[in-house]
Structures are given as C-alpha cells and as structure tokens.
Design a protein around this ligand. Sequence first.
Ligand SMILES: O=P(O)(O)OC[C@H]1O[C@H](OP(=O)(O)OP(=O)(O)O)[C@H](O)[C@@H]1O
Ligand SMILES: O=c1cc[nH]c(=O)[nH]1
Ligand SMILES: [Mg+2]
Length: 209
Amino acid sequence: MSKVYVLDHPLIQHKLTLIRDESTGSKEFRELVEEVAMLMAYEVTRDFPLEEVSIKTPVGPAKARVISGRKVGIVPILRAGLGMVSGMLELIPTAKVGHVGLYRDPDTLQPVEYYCKLPTDVTERDLIIIDPMLATGGSAAAAIQFLKDRGVKNIKLVCLIAAPEGIDNVQEQHDDVDIYTAAVDEKLNEHGYIVPGLGDAGDRLFGTK
Ligand SMILES: O=P(O)(O)OC[C@H]1O[C@H](OP(=O)(O)OP(=O)(O)O)[C@H](O)[C@@H]1O
Ligand SMILES: O=c1cc[nH]c(=O)[nH]1
Ligand SMILES: [Mg+2]
C-alpha cells in the first residue's frame, strides 16, 4: 500500500490557511501556491540518495555528499498544476517539466484529456505529478495511468489539499504511488468540490470566473 504524507510544517500550514481564505486575491494566491510548492519540494526530495564526493574547500580536501545522479521530471496537471511548477523548480532546478492537460467534466466529474507533452527521456526519470487539488481523484489517477502507459515506473503525487475520497481512489488504482499533501480535508460536496478546500484552484490562480 502506498503512503500518504501530510506535510504539517508550520510554514506550510500558515501559508495554506492564507491560500484557503476567500479574501486572498489572485496575485497573493499565486505567490503563496508557489511558496508552498517550494516547501513541499523539500519534503518530497527527502528520500533522494546521497553519494560521497571529494572536493577542496579553501581550507583543504574534504569528503562531502551530493545527490546521487537522480533524474527528475515534474508533471503539472493543467491548468492548476502550473501554479506549483516554479516553486518545485526552485529546489529541483535540473528537473525537466512535462505537461498533462486534463479537465474535469463538470457534470460527470470524469477527467477529459486534451494535452500531453513529456520529456523524451521520461522513462528514465522519477516523476513528481503536481496538482493543487485531489478531489475525486479521477484526474490524478488518469494522469498516473497515462504516465505508466508510457513506461514510467517511479511516480509521486503532490497536492495541496486532498479529499479522503481522492486518496482512496488513487490508492485503489495505484498502490505504488505515494501521496504528499498539505492537508486532508473533510469531504466532497455534491459538485465534487473539496470541503472546506479552497474553491476552484485554476480559477483562483488565473483569475477566470
Ligand atoms: O480529483 P478530481 O475530481 O479529478 O478533481 C481535481 C481536478 O480538478 C481541478 O482541475 P479542473 O478540472 O478544474 O481544471 P483546471 O485546472 O483547468 O481548472 C484540479 O486542478 C484537479 O486537476
Ligand atoms: O475543490 C476542488 C475540486 C476540484 N477542483 C478544484 O479546483 N477544487
Ligand atoms: Mg478548475
């Protein structure tokens, strides 16, 4: 069974509260999502292996550690996942970025695919899928399947807020994918929105609506 990591660092929780607040406008919302994504990147990379190298400090030779040849891909689910890309890249600057376009049909709540562009060496990379909202889990599960169909093996899912229903759905379909989230909320409402959540992440990021 995959693991669910709830990242309860005070900075993440404080910023998430500001993100949730309905009085937070698009500019501040975007900045905060970027900042939280950067803080989450710190936690998501915690299991990256280190290797020892020889360097010279101004004082003399030293054995020191560096991250060991890890190739990473960051895959935002369009649109809202875009808001987390720059924060992730701040801490993992050598990562390549792939894009998967999915929107959730408002009536059926089923994910509809409309775009895909991945790095050519995607199968050699550990992928981090990012999307602020894990609601029914349909979009995330579809994106994971999409990447597995292309031969990707090692995938993590990072979101800001998860509903219990979404976690269960992803774990049922993909029990090899660990989930990192800043919060697990109470439930979904009748429109498939996370309660209390933050509203529509894409609309709040991009000022649509
Ligand atoms: O877990 P699910 O029930 O699939 O819902 C979550 C999805 O819904 C939102 O995207 P949306 O469809 O609103 O597209 P957008 O990012 O373009 O606004 C969100 O960013 C997720 O991708
Ligand atoms: O609460 C939700 C659910 C899906 N998508 C969002 O943007 N917000
Ligand atoms: Mg949306």
